[in-house]
Design a protein around this ligand. Structure first.
Ligand SMILES: C[S@@+](CC[C@H](N)C(=O)[O-])C[C@H]1O[C@@H](n2cnc3c(N)ncnc32)[C@H](O)[C@@H]1O
Length: 194
């Protein structure tokens, strides 16, 4: 979908992905890993910014990017008054833009399933481009069968096949999920190959 179509969905309130809270799998991951060095994080397709604020609350320097201006406006509204100085938001196209910097972490959640499936190799290339060498990719993928989307489904096998050329898989597991996604999500923790 084009930037205009995403923007229109925000303007008309057609946002079924908006759950009012960060991905439960991400929240649990951050709680389980207090030992991680507090580096920079990119959250592409950040929507209203819940995951950006989860990373920032955990002490990371978190940067959300979205191509819909209304999403970025919502991010800023929801962050004002939280006291978080390390949650940043920018308008940007993850697939096509040159990254403003390379990040230590990339945090995927419902962007891979939102883009045209014909651009999935572009997504994997972008993930590599936006990350530092040895950077880490933490992804919550939506394992649904849908071919008419967004959201467009994927499988564990496809995720492994798309990302293995440039990333080393550390671990994958079934996370805690929003009520309407229980059993439909899988998390993957990858390190970018040198
Ligand atoms: C399904 S929503 C998910 C939002 C958020 N991750 C969440 O889970 O609440 C997909 C988001 O990705 C944004 N988006 C779609 N294509 C994008 C692209 N190429 N670059 C950056 N953002 C994009 C849309 O505007 C939308 O906010």
């Amino acid at each position: 979908m084009s930037a205009n179509v995403w923007e229109e969905r925000y303007q008309t309130g057609d946002m079924p992905w908006e759950k009012g809270e960060a991905s439960p799998g991400l929240v649990d991951f951050l709680a389980a890993h207090p030992e991680l060095a507090r580096g920079t994080v990119c959250v592409p397709g950040c929507g209203s910014g819940h995951d950006v604020r989860a990373w920032a609350t955990a002490g990371f320097d978190a940067h959300g990017f979205d191509l819909a201006p209304s999403a970025i406006r919502l991010c800023r509204e929801k962050t004002s008054g939280t006291g978080l100085k390390n949650a940043h938001y920018n308008l940007g196209n993850f697939l096509d833009d040159k990254p403003p910097q390379q990040f230590d972490w990339l945090s995927e959640h419902t962007l891979f399933c939102a883009i045209d499936p014909g651009r999935r190799d572009d997504y994997a290339r972008a993930a590599s481009r936006w990350l530092k060498p040895n950077g880490q990719l933490l992804a919550v993928h939506y394992l649904i069968p849908d071919t008419e989307g967004p959201p467009f489904g994927t499988t564990r096998e496809e995720v492994i096949q798309r990302f293995s050329p440039t990333f080393e898989l550390k671990e994958d597991w079934v996370p805690r999920s929003y009520q309407n996604r229980v059993g439909l999500e899988r998390m993957f923790w990858w390190t970018k190959k040198l």
